[in-house]
Design a protein around this ligand. Sequence first.
Ligand code: AMP
Ligand code: ZN
Length: 444
Amino acid sequence: MDVTLFNTLTRSLEKLEPLNAGNIRMYHCGPTVYDYAHIGNLRAYISWDILRRTLEYSGLEVTQVMNFTDIDDKTIKRSHDEGVTLRKLTKKYEDIFLADLQHLNIKIPQYLPHATEHIGGMVAIVEKLLRDGYAYTTDDGVYFDISKSKGYGALAELDLEAGTQSRIANDEYDKKNARDFALWKFWTEEDGGNVFEASFGRGRPGWHIECSAMAISKLGETIDIHTGGIDLLFPHHTNEIAQSEAFTGKQFSKYWLHNEFVMVDGQKMSKSLGNIITLRTIMERGFSPLAYRYSILGTHYRAKANFTWEGLGGAQTALVRLGSHVGSSMGRINTDYQEKFGQIVAHDLDTPRALALAWEVAKDTSLSTADKTATLLEFDKVLGLGFTLQKEEAVPGEVLVLVRSREDARTNKNWVTSDELRNQINALGWEILDTDKGQEIKKK
Ligand code: AMP
Ligand code: ZN
């Protein structure tokens, strides 16, 4: 099964050719752990989970890295405001984030590096960039000189001519070019105890260098796939490429994938616009996190996804209905559907069509329930909607006692008591049907 992906670098659909046969190494820009992730952020990780599952489904082995940005302006400021150490703050939100991933049935990447554990690697990169003339020192830090970089801005299709005219209000820092970016920031009072020693001056890393160092350290100098939200195209990914390629002299990542935004009322969901929703709120309102996953799969990852509570409600109903077609015994996977499904997801992760196909299976009257079950569970290896074989649940003792009492009441034609007992049985989540053969008990 060949996988085709849209590579932002070439703006085209490309057949995935692993650098090492049979294996894909991929890096996902992870969360900045200073607050709850919002469901827009979580869309990114649902998309890359679908990517991982699709690659695995196609027979590839996947090595996956997602970092935690646990030191930057935002984390330091928040820990200062809350009067807690940086690690205490970041650990709290990291744990919440990992719980969110689990709720969403996202497979946890094998490697979850923290920026603070890779400072040595960052320092080594900055030292080499200084030595090779790609970086220079100013009063407040070490900057990357974009004029030395071959093809700077290609990923984001930047118009460099337009950029050089505008002098950003950063002149006081003696940057050579407005777009030169900080690799390292020298210590200031606001940093408090968050400081690291380096030959070029004590301080802390810039955001972009963190990802380069972690990706190279865990996956090597050239990786297969690098991902992030579309907002990371510039400056983050652009700068990651510039500094990594200046450092290694090699291509940093062969494929770049970007997910589009979750929108609310026509605007990007973001903290600064004050329109964020967390997974916790979704769960508090009685929705399943997997209903959110279902709703996200309903839109292709490269298209904007509009969030509404009505839409989430619809997704929840659809998820439950689709899941109800998974029965309690496994038949045979229908190979026609299986083949179609493989082609659909391998074509740039086309989850809307994959869901439509799952519905086709559910509604196909020529299939037995057992074969539907096997086929839908096969699809769920990629969709990850949490489908499981339905269990024939044993009737609890207290329900059986009520059922027996009701039988007596009915023999004695005591209809009021019989109805009262039915209500009690219903309240315990069971249903009772009066048939020719007597009472039948069913889970509601
Ligand atoms: P952050 O924690 O801010 O670094 O963001 C984590 C990930 O979420 C990044 O890949 C962002 O590009 C992505 N992201 C941020 N906002 C949205 C949004 N509204 N919709 C989809 N992805 C987003
Ligand atoms: Zn990154």
